[in-house]
Structures are given as structure tokens and as C-alpha cells.
Design a protein around this ligand. Structure first.
Ligand SMILES: O=c1ccn([C@@H]2O[C@H](COP(=O)(O)OP(=O)(O)O[C@H]3O[C@H](CO)[C@@H](O)[C@H](O)[C@H]3O)[C@@H](O)[C@H]2O)c(=O)[nH]1
Ligand SMILES: O=C(O)[C@H](O)COP(=O)(O)O
Length: 322
């Protein structure tokens, strides 16, 4: 079995060709952000400057503010983004925390036919992330999902390069793929937060509310459309803000739960039984347990939701209106 999936380079598509291929389709860049006031402005400004003026590759830049307690929303708005609060989008559908929730709620407000997701904590990146991710989607109708691929050094607090990043990728996602979906072993960055997808495809997927959203999209699209419907594009290098183990632990739980749901080992319920993850802090008096309860729930396909874009469930999705 070949484990290789082709990796294209971001500069394989020139901009005039992308603009021509875009035709009358709309492109939305969607940036989920929780407490990213320090970096979200730079991400929005970089994309706006490159792709919304003389070169109109992007029609809207939408920041979904995900329960931030800092100035994320104000900074994003000042930088030129349209800003929505995740919890204020379709409040009739209830609210949940998490990155997946932000992306799923985005479906209810964005106007794009093609969606490009970009994390808000990027430090070392470039506007070519957008054109590179759009290249395969705009030029090949068989491609459903485009994953970003890059070097991802892990930076020490002083900014020096400590070792390779991607701890959850290397220790959780890749081993799970090796065990259960070896045909996806050629994915270089299965969890990359920068990806592009057709709206018509994403709105038919069940979406984990937390950090399971990336692995779920990869698995579901490979299942429905085949591995070759996933493209990878080399964007060069990307650095971001590193999380501590008290965020990466719950992230790993959510990634594993999304995988187990797709193995049929758990039901991707709206509200599954709470999971308790215990980690420990060393203090002067010994080890102190710290409990967290990562949410492993999933949202049903947006298209199955009542009043979704005034286009109710057509009965083919298996979830029924909620
Ligand atoms: O409740 C949340 C948590 C995070 N985010 C945003 O989501 C993005 C990615 O979150 P982050 O905590 O920085 O994730 P990473 O440590 O970078 O984790 C990697 O792996 C995750 C699991 O696949 C992916 O979701 C990430 O995009 C990917 O970069 C950032 O813009 C966050 O502000 C939210 O909007 N809401
Ligand atoms: O994608 C991952 O594996 C997590 O975001 C952790 O990344 P990091 O180890 O580079 O912080």
C-alpha cells in the first residue's frame, strides 16, 4: 500500500488563473478566535491587504469570537473583519464552547461557496496561505478538502527553535490513523488548522464542538468522497502560540472521541456523558489533581438544522430537524 498522498506547492497556481477560476463563486475566510487579541489583528490585516482590494480573491473575512474575555472582537473589527459572537449566532440552537462550535456556527452567517479556515494565533505565516489553499478547490471539482502542510517548529519562550511542534498530531492523530485508516497515513498535517472546503460539503458533516473538528472532517470526507478528494498544499512554514498540557490533554481527548465516534465505538451525541480528564500539578504539598471535562459532543450537519439558510433538511442526512 502506498502511504503517499501528493503534496502540491502553494505557488503552483498564479493569481490571475485563480481569479479566473473563481468565476462568480464567493470565498469566505473564517477565523475562529478565543482570546487572540494579540494576534488576530495581524492575521485579518494580512489577508485583507492581499486579497480584498485590487486582487479580490476573498469576498469576506469573518472572525467568530468564541467566548473571548479579551479584546479579540474589537481588535478584529478594527482590522477590517466582520465579527460575530459564536454564542449569539442562532441562539435558538443552544450554545457550546469550542473551536468546532465556532466553525459550525459560522455556517449560519457566512456567505461563501468556498470556506477557508485560518487560526487566529498565527505568528509566522503569509497571505499565500489563502491562495494556496484555494488553488485545488478552485481548479479541480473533484477536490472537497484542502489541508495546509508546513514546517511547524516549536518555539521556546525566548523565540528560539526548541524541537518539532505538533505534539497532538504526532502522539495522537497520526498513531490513530496508522491503526485504523492507514490509507490516510500520507496526510502530512492531519490536524492543521488552516484548511479549505466547499460549503456544500462542510454543511453535510457532523461537526465535533471542540478540537475534534479537523480529524472528523478528514475522516468523513475520505469516507464519503474518497482519499483522493483531499488535497495537501505546502505553505512553507508556520509558527503559532503553543498550548500547555492542560489544553493539549483535553484536545487529545476530543480528537480521540471524534475518532471513536467514526469507528462506531461511541455515539456522537449532542450531549454525551461527561468525561473527566485528571492531570496533576506539583505543589509544595505534593501532587494536586486538576479535573477537566472536555466536551465530546457533535453538532448535526448544518443542512439538517431547522431554518438553515431557509433550506430545510431534504431528508437525506439522517439527523432530522432539531
Ligand atoms: O474554544 C475555542 C478554542 C480555540 N479556538 C480558536 O481555534 C484556533 C486553534 O486553537 P488552538 O488552541 O490554537 O489550537 P492548536 O494548539 O493550534 O491545535 C491544532 O490542532 C487542533 C486540533 O485539531 C486544531 O483545531 C488547531 O487548529 C490546530 O492548530 C485558534 O484561533 C483559537 O483561538 C476557538 O475559537 N475556540
Ligand atoms: O497540532 C498539534 O499537534 C497541537 O496544536 C500542538 O501543537 P504544538 O506542539 O506545536 O504546540
Amino acid at each position: 500500500m502506498s502511504f503517499l498522498l501528493p503534496v502540491r506547492r502553494y505557488d503552483e497556481w498564479d493569481v490571475p488563473a485563480l481569479l479566473a477560476a473563481k468565476r462568480d463563486r464567493r470565498v469566505s475566510v473564517v477565523i475562529p478566535a478565543r482570546d487572540e487579541a494579540a494576534s488576530v489583528g495581524g492575521v485579518v490585516e494580512g489577508i485583507a491587504a492581499a486579497w480584498t482590494g485590487e486582487v479580490p480573491l476573498v469576498d469576506e473575512i469573518v472572525v467568530i469570537d468564541s467566548d473571548s474575555v479579551d479584546e479579540t472582537a474589537a481588535v478584529a473589527r478594527a482590522a477590517g473583519a466582520i465579527v460575530f459572537s459564536a454564542k449569539e449566532i442562532r441562539p435558538d440552537l443552544g450554545r457550546a464552547e469550542g473551536k468546532g462550535e465556532a466553525l459550525w456556527k459560522a455556517l449560519h452567517v457566512v456567505t461563501g461557496d468556498l470556506l477557508v479556515f485560518v487560526d487566529a494565533d498565527l505568528v509566522d505565516w503569509g497571505p499565500h496561505f489563502i491562495s494556496g489553499l484555494l488553488g485545488p478547490l478552485l481548479t479541480n471539482d473533484d477536490i472537497q478538502l484542502v489541508k495546509a502542510v508546513y514546517d511547524r517548529p516549536m518555539l521556546a519562550p525566548d523565540g528560539s527553535q526548541a524541537e518539532a511542534g505538533g505534539r497532538v498530531t504526532e502522539l495522537v492523530a497520526r498513531p490513530l490513523l496508522a491503526l485504523h485508516w492507514p490509507q490516510l497515513g500520507g496526510l502530512v498535517q492531519p490536524l492543521s488548522g488552516e484548511w479549505a472546503i466547499r460549503r456544500a460539503t462542510f454543511e453535510r458533516l457532523s461537526v465535533p464542538m471542540g478540537y475534534g473538528v479537523e480529524i472528523a472532517a478528514v475522516l468523513d470526507i475520505a469516507e464519503r468522497h474518497g482519499v483522493t478528494s483531499i488535497a495537501q498544499v505546502d505553505l512553507g512554514r508556520r509558527t503559532h502560540r503553543h498550548r500547555r498540557h492542560d489544553t493539549l490533554g483535553p484536545m487529545a481527548v476530543q480528537v480521540i472521541a471524534a475518532v471513536e465516534a467514526r469507528l462506531g465505538w461511541r455515539t456522537p451525541d449532542r450531549r454525551p456523558d461527561p468525561i473527566t480528564l485528571v492531570q496533576f500539578d506539583r505543589t509544595t504539598t505534593g501532587f494536586v489533581p486538576c479535573e477537566q471535562h472536555p466536551d465530546t459532543g457533535e453538532r448535526p450537519p448544518a443542512r439538517s438544522v431547522r431554518s438553515y439558510r431557509d433550506d430545510p433538511d431534504d431528508g437525506t442526512l439522517g439527523w432530522g430537524p432539531r
